[in-house]
Design a protein around this ligand. Structure first.
Ligand code: PXL
Length: 266
């Protein structure tokens, strides 16, 4: 049977990130995608309001629809926005544990939107991380979670991964896309490190790269891959998506979700 995957995250109306990136990635990686929408991000030059929070009832109803009507092999969380939503999602996941849970501790969008309230970080760190198979912070998120100064090199990334692992996830992936030179990601399982290094791709169009990376890890885990295989595939997937990113001529463009599949068929 096809693996069934749920994303609990925000809708990014421009299509590059959030739920939209997750569902596109799930389709590309051949898993059955479902979504529980926590909030809507729709910033644009016309309307004054661009952020909307979903009700707790709506989040809960979507979660149970996926869990009870279909079944969930693996889940991921993205934008959770408030402490109240995190607390609800923790309770739901505690009682309905998928085999794998990927927690992407999304905090700030590429266009600068605040996707997690400041007073929600502690709830995420103390209550959600212990349920996670893997957490996937970028450097900025790792710094905020650990309440520390800038992480500027691979050694500091490794120390950060060790500190993050203490919050109780099985694995930690620290994403070094923001490092100056090479783009390095580090996986830590509590004893060993695995590093993936790619030359930096020269583009500003990386909106949704983090969401797509964690969605691809979720899809691969749902299909039964090991964590090392899942991260390897996700890294190749997102690298192709960044290499072929879409420039719509307005701000930061989207990664191209079909690029990995298309490049394999060339
Ligand atoms: O890329 C992070 C992200 C996640 N989720 C939503 C977003 C964004 C960035 O814009 O809008 C809903």
């Amino acid at each position: 049977m096809i693996a069934r995957v749920l994303t609990i995250a925000g809708s990014a109306a421009q299509g590059s990130a959030g739920i939209q990136a997750d569902l596109k990635t799930f389709q590309e990686r051949d898993v059955y995608g479902m979504a529980a929408i926590t909030a809507i991000v729709a910033n644009n030059p016309v309307t004054s309001q661009g952020m909307f929070t979903n009700s707790l009832e709506a989040v809960e109803a979507q979660f149970y629809t996926a869990v009870k009507n279909v079944g969930v092999d693996a889940a991921k969380t993205g934008m959770l926005f408030t402490k109240e939503i995190i607390s609800l999602v923790v309770g739901l996941l505690e009682e309905n544990q998928p085999r794998s849970l990927v927690v992407d501790p999304v905090m700030i969008g590429k266009m600068g939107s605040q996707l997690l309230k400041d007073d929600a970080i502690e709830e995420m760190r103390e209550r959600l991380f212990p349920l996670a198979t893997v957490i996937t912070p970028n450097l900025h998120e790792a710094e905020r979670i650990l309440e520390r100064g800038p992480i500027t090199n691979k050694e500091e990334m490794k120390r950060a991964a060790q500190s993050l692992h203490r919050f109780g996830s099985d694995y930690v992936v620290v994403k070094g896309g923001a490092l100056k030179e090479e783009a390095v990601d580090i996986l830590y399982d509590g004893s060993e490190f695995i590093e993936w290094e790619q030359p930096r791709i020269n583009t500003i169009h990386t909106s949704g790269a983090g969401c797509s990376f964690s969605a691809a890890i979720t899809a691969e885990l749902a299909k039964g891959a090991s964590m090392k295989e899942a991260v390897s595939t996700a890294k190749s997937y997102v690298t192709a998506a960044i290499e072929h990113a879409l420039d719509f001529g307005k701000g930061i463009g989207s990664t191209y979700h079909a690029a990995y599949r298309i490049s394999q068929h060339r």
